[in-house]
Structure formats: structure tokens, C-alpha cells
Design a binder for this molecule. Structure first.
Ligand code: ADP
Length: 217
């Protein structure tokens, strides 16, 4: 029998699921992608291993030996009912590491309640990120957990010309300078003697309100 112990099951080959599946495949992971829509299965079959099946159907799950998979991504957004039933079926089959895409807060709450370990609010997350980028303060923005973020900004005027230590970045604002990228130079990790210049890009880690205070000075 094939050893699927480290393989990943992706259910749903829409834009989200196909992007996850092809990325995992490109990273050398062992992926099986499933969709009930034969046309989509055929479209992706030359790139990644695919199977047509309706994953709300317990018999189909048994035929695919889904209990051999450690991780599953439920990328079904066109039917909340199918997403929830599929997630429940995969949990019942013993897959504990489930990443499920949600399309609303209610959907996310149900997925969490039935035991999905990771909930992905793809559109809300993308919307928040775009909001932060459009606001103009951030060159890049990643939400790590709750209010904790990693952001890329230009050096604020008030610390320009100061080292990380002299500007007391951590003591005053509670944030960490992870690294500095000066134009035309290599990225440098944020050691305390590094000087922040106006045109540098700083990678910061901290809570959003602390970073806002640091930007304002
Ligand atoms: P996106 O918004 O990421 O483009 P959708 O959420 O619209 O994608 O796509 C969901 C995919 O999940 C569709 O391709 C659909 O055929 C598939 N799907 C829906 N229900 C099931 C199911 N019960 N079993 C397998 N695949 C399903």
C-alpha cells in the first residue's frame, strides 16, 4: 500500500484550492487534489495528481483512503453546507490537521466548532492587507496573530540617522526591528548598532498600535 503518511489532501480546485495545491506540489509535497467537477479535475490533471469525487459522500472518502492523509485543505467556498459536511467527514476519518477556507464569519465559527484546526478567511485577510497597503504607511504587511504584525515601512523621519539602540526603538515603542534594507545594499538583520536612514526600508515586528506610534514618533 502506498505510504501517504505525509501527503496532503486538497478538496476543491477553485482559484484558492488550485493555488494551494500547485504551490504545495511545486514545493515537492505529495499532494492529491479532489473536486466533484470533472472539468476542473481534467484541467489540473496534467500538473498535479487529481481525482474526481464528492467529498460529502462518506463512501467516496473510504474509496480514497483519506484516513492515510495527515493534512487536508478544505477549499470549498461555493457551498457552506458541502464545506462543513466535508470537514466533518475528514475529521471523522481521523485527519486532525485541517485547514478550511471560510467565506463568512458564521461559516468560520461553525468550522471552528466542529474542530477544524486552521480557518482561512482568504477574502477578509486580503482586504485587510490591501487596506493597510493603500493607507500608504506600509510597504508590506503581514498579520501574524491577532494584533501582532510584521510590516515593512520607510524609516520615519524622527529616527532617521539614529542607530536602533540610540533611537530606543524597543524600549520606547515595544517593537523589534527585524532588519534593514538600504537601497543597493544587502538586507541586514536588525543589530542594535545599525543606523536607520531615511530611504531605508525597515522590517518591524510588533502590535499595530505600537507600530503606528513609532511611525508618528
Ligand atoms: P474559489 O472561490 O477559490 O475560486 P470556490 O469556492 O468557488 O473556489 O470553489 C469550490 C470548489 O469546490 C469548486 O470547484 C467545487 O466543484 C468544489 N466542491 C464543492 N463541493 C464539493 C464537494 N462536495 N466535493 C468535492 N469538491 C467540491
Amino acid at each position: 500500500m502506498a505510504d501517504n503518511s505525509r501527503s496532503i489532501l486538497v478538496v476543491g480546485l477553485g482559484r484558492f484550492g488550485s493555488a494551494v495545491a500547485t504551490t504545495l506540489d511545486a514545493m515537492g509535497q505529495d499532494v492529491l487534489a479532489v473536486d466533484k467537477n470533472l472539468e476542473l479535475v481534467n484541467r489540473w490533471s496534467s500538473q498535479i495528481p487529481t481525482v474526481q469525487a464528492d467529498m460529502t459522500d462518506v463512501l467516496a472518502l473510504e474509496q480514497l483512503n483519506v484516513s492515510d492523509f495527515n493534512t487536508a485543505i478544505v477549499a470549498i467556498g461555493d457551498s457552506v453546507e458541502a464545506s462543513v459536511i466535508t470537514t466533518g467527514n475528514l475529521l471523522d476519518a481521523g485527519i486532525s490537521d485541517i485547514w478550511a477556507k471560510s467565506v463568512s464569519q458564521e461559516h468560520a465559527r461553525i468550522l471552528q466548532r466542529i474542530g477544524a484546526r486552521h480557518i482561512i478567511n482568504a477574502e477578509t485577510d486580503a482586504g485587510k492587507r490591501v487596506g493597510h497597503l493603500v493607507s500608504g504607511n506600509y510597504l508590506d504587511y503581514i498579520e501574524i496573530e491577532g494584533a501582532h504584525t510584521v510590516v515593512k515601512i520607510h524609516t520615519p523621519r524622527h529616527v532617521s540617522g539614529y542607530s536602533i539602540e540610540d533611537a530606543k526603538v524597543h524600549e520606547r515603542y515595544g517593537i523589534t526591528v527585524v532588519g534593514i534594507k538600504s537601497p543597493g545594499k544587502e538586507f541586514q538583520y536588525g543589530s542594535k548598532e545599525l543606523v536607520m536612514h531615511r530611504n531605508d526600508e525597515l522590517i518591524l515586528m510588533g502590535k499595530e498600535d505600537q507600530i503606528e506610534r513609532f511611525i508618528r514618533g
